[in-house]
Ligand binder design. Structure first.
Ligand code: PHE
Length: 420
């Protein structure tokens, strides 16, 4: 893939040029990852999970002429318009998920996709009724062992015509997908009949339950939690029991009819899901840290080079090298000093800065103290940064060098005042 870089006036991403504006916030560190396509790298653990999911869908869902029902798409560019990422999914202007602080924008109208759902409408509009879609997604977020600004999702969509949905029901010919004058309730959308929605919801949950039992074995404990997405209703999250705790692995639901209408499939009902490939891989192989997926270390990668994708992988955790930690405290810029119209200091700005300087040496950043001076009202934050290399022991000296660079950059770029 061509190198992606950010220049004075424009960002070059995958061979295309995007003019910068006041929304541009991609960093060189993030652009380094664009085009890596871990999910398409043979024998990478994310590739392995993707292949296993494909194999499951290919063998379980077969069309009338013996063809696979679901087509698979894993090569769509992560550069999308804000229209694709938000508007096409009925996410309104001003919705919190559009915040500059949470996303990587190339400019006001173009971004690195924050989820694979960004392609739902386009693929439906192209005439597909059942598809899987894998890709890298980008989000500004907190920093710890299970969060990384680039991760991978697998999206699934299935649409049903009246005949397809009701053919298995006795006297199904008398049932309808749609009703007029209905009301939206916690169970269904206004235009849907309850019987249609319940069948779609049942098919969705059965499909996903079978998928995770195929991946993890039948004893896995799962539960469904009601939730909200602007593009599905009703919406659910699936949680799996992992090391004594419930862990969210996917979001899903019955697609909003307005989305299908605008994608030219208004005569059908559909379900959609989006699952996190790293999350699944971490549970399946007991991978302790999300940074390991980017490792080029043979001791990590060779463990996934199985002959046959169905062969079990017994992952031996690489022993973790010792961590070093360093704290950093500073006064936040006070409201008046911040530029008009811009959010002033946000925690994600600081996480981003730590990430761009410390790279993968940073394992975790946590806010350990949030203090307001009783007289002046000034606020101060103290963060603890945990440094750890995945492949060797770090020295105090090299950590100190990185930490000092972070201190300097925080003052010069975020307008904070160091208490170093
Ligand atoms: N796109 C959602 C997310 O990233 C997941 C999702 C996909 C939810 C499809 C519903 C339907 O959180």
């Amino acid at each position: 893939a061509p190198q992606s870089v950010i220049g004075q006036d424009s960002a070059q991403v995958l061979g295309q040029s995007y003019p910068r504006d006041d929304f541009t916030n991609v960093t060189p560190k993030i652009l380094e990852k664009v085009g890596r396509n871990l999910h398409n790298q043979s024998h990478h653990p994310l590739w392995l999970i993707k292949e296993r999911i494909k194999a499951h869908f290919y063998s379980s869902y077969i069309g009338r002429s013996g063809n696979p029902l679901f087509s698979v798409h894993d090569n769509l560019s992560p550069v999308v318009t804000t229209e694709q990422n938000f508007d096409s999914l009925l996410i309104p202007p001003g919705h919190p998920s559009r915040k500059r602080g949470d996303n990587y924008y190339l400019n006001r109208t173009t971004m690195l996709r924050a989820h694979t759902s960004a392609h739902q409408t386009d693929l439906v509009r192209s005439g597909l009724d059942a598809f899987l879609l894998a890709g890298d997604v980008y989000r500004r977020d907190e920093i710890d062992a299970s969060h990384y600004p680039v991760f991978h999702q697998m999206e699934g969509v299935r649409l049903f015509s009246n005949r397809q949905l009701f053919s298995r029901v006795q006297n199904g010919g008398e049932l309808s997908l749609f009703e007029r004058g209905g009301r939206r309730s916690p169970e269904k959308q206004e235009t849907h009949t309850l019987e249609a929605v319940k069948l779609v919801e049942f098919d969705l949950k059965r499909t996903l339950t079978q998928l995770v039992s195929y991946l993890f074995g039948a004893d896995l404990e799962i539960r469904w939690v009601d939730c909200y997405f602007p593009f599905t209703h009703p919406s659910f999250e699936m949680e799996v029991r992992f090391q004594g705790d419930w862990m969210e692995v996917l979001g899903c639901g019955v697609m909003e009819q307005e989305l299908l209408n605008s994608a030219g499939a208004g005569d059908k009902l559909g379900w959609a899901f989006g699952l996190g490939l790293e999350r699944l891989a971490m549970v399946l192989y007991s991978i302790p840290d999300i940074r390991l997926f980017w490792s080029q270390d043979e001791r990590f990668l060779k463990q996934f080079r199985v002959q046959d994708i169905h062969q079990p992988v017994c992952f031996q955790t690489l022993s973790k090298y010792p961590p070093l930690h360093n704290d950093i405290s500073f006064w936040l810029p006070n409201g008046k000093e911040s530029q008009a119209g811009r959010e002033s200091f946000t925690e994600n700005d600081f996480y981003e800065l730590v990430r761009s300087i410390g790279g993968d040496l940073v394992e975790k950043v946590s806010l350990v103290d949030n203090f307001t001076h009783p007289k002046t009202g000034r606020r101060s934050h103290c963060y603890r940064i945990i440094y750890r290399h995945m492949e060797r022991t770090l020295t105090q000296q090299e950590v100190r060098r990185v930490h000092q660079q972070i201190e300097q950059a925080a003052e010069s770029e975020l307008g904070v005042q160091g208490r170093f």
